[in-house]
Ligand binder design. Structure first.
Ligand SMILES: [Zn+2]
Length: 311
């Protein structure tokens, strides 16, 4: 079935997201996005943006109405990520480019939805989080950028083993109530930076940061066992490393590293973040092939010296 082309058809911006373009088409033609979706044969409900939202589309009708090819329209959609271990595509506009949206209000580009996008590919500005953090240290941002790169590489290469390992690292961090969701697509800049930084730490010494964090925290270990019944061996390795730390440095942990509930949105610096930093520094000082016990002891010393809390 063919329909008449829409009278006003603003061209899509480079890498524009399908839902963003449909919204701008609707505005140009003085109707709501829902009304336009009805006319285009896209059905009711959410404006399509994922490739699997386009499964039942009448392409002849859609292509003739917007005067674009099927390939052009499909290229504006987001990939289907359901089968991946780490959720790396946001379903919401969790960040935006201040420069591009000033020029074109309501614009949303496709790559802004990806966990690893930290700068705008169109204009080069830093992307702005929906909920910006007051103060995020340069070191954390640099580490988050490395984690973002590692995540992108794992996804591009479809490295499922690495993605599962990242999922485990993120789960460890979220079990501590520090990063809360430990989501690489969190709209909260601080949470997302910590999650991406954890991915970076997990890249070189997947279990080291977790071991430091888990010291004397059996509740978390039990939670991990429940959440990952098939990862028993990995969890036991983390636990063994944690216990090794406890033997070396007994009695300090509980007072310096409280693991109680944390209120959402508070700005208290996170203990796990500084533990991850310490782990990372120990690795950079001693190298990834260094003896595990030496690394753990060094990381703990750094962590202790820093007061256990990022300033
Ligand atoms: Zn931009």
């Amino acid at each position: 079935m063919t329909v008449r082309p829409l009278p006003f058809r603003p061209p899509p911006a480079r890498d524009e997201l399908l839902s963003s373009w449909i919204g701008r088409l609707a505005k140009a033609n003085h109707c709501s996005a829902e009304e336009l979706c009805g006319y285009l044969g896209l059905g009711q409900g959410r404006v399509p943006e994922h490739i699997n939202d386009l499964g039942q589309v009448d392409w002849t009708r859609l292509c003739s109405a917007v005067q674009r090819t099927r390939d052009e329209i499909a290229a504006m959609s987001l990939p289907d990520t359901v089968h991946h271990a780490v959720r790396y595509v946001s379903r919401h506009d969790f960040q935006h480019c201040p420069g591009c949206t000033e020029q074109t209000p309501d614009l949303a580009l496709r790559h802004w939805r990806f966990a690893w996008s930290l700068t705008c590919e169109t204009c080069g500005q830093s992307l702005a989080a929906k909920y910006p953090a007051g103060a995020v240290s340069e070191r954390l941002l640099a580490r988050a950028a490395r984690g973002a790169q590692a995540l992108e590489t794992a996804v591009v290469n479809n490295n499922l083993r690495r993605l599962r390992r990242m999922e485990l690292t993120l789960h460890v961090v979220s079990m501590l109530d520090v990063g809360r969701s430990a989501s690489v697509i969190s709209a909260n800049e601080r949470e997302r930076s910590i999650a991406l930084a954890a991915v970076d730490v997990g890249k070189t010494r997947p279990l080291l940061g977790a071991a430091i964090i888990l010291r004397a925290n059996d509740r978390t270990v039990r939670g991990l066992r429940r959440a990952f019944p098939k990862h028993g061996r990995v969890i036991e390795r983390i636990r063994a490393m944690s216990h090794a730390l406890d033997r070396r440095l007994p009695g300090r942990w509980e007072t310096e590293h409280p693991t109680g509930q944390k209120t959402y949105g508070t700005s208290r610096p996170s203990a796990s973040e500084s533990a991850l930093q310490a782990a990372r520094q120990a690795i950079s000082e001693l190298g990834t092939e260094a003896d595990r016990q030496v690394l753990l002891a060094r990381a703990d010393a750094i962590w202790k010296r820093s007061g256990g809390i990022e300033s």
